[in-house]
Design a protein. Sequence first.
Length: 102
Amino acid sequence: MRDLLSLIVASVFGLLLGAVFFGGLWWTVQRGLSSGQPAFWLLGSTLLRTGIALAGFYAIGRDEWKRLLAALVGFIVARFIVLWRTRAPGQPIDTAGKIHAS
């Protein structure tokens, strides 16, 4: 029971890490498009988001591959959730997660 609880907690934290990573990516692209210095936004965001994700996976995993795998599953699920939440209304998404232009 304790193992199951630790895996659920790891997947929830992976979901949060994914929301920060992919939500931050979406926010950065939106900000970068209207900025005079998009390279600054993209580079800074990439370094920050990657650092947060790596530190989070390191803290969650703690030398146990099952927790690391559960966090990775949560991270990937967050990708699809952010993709679904940030798409334009009426815009379909295929099974690979790609948004099709209408």
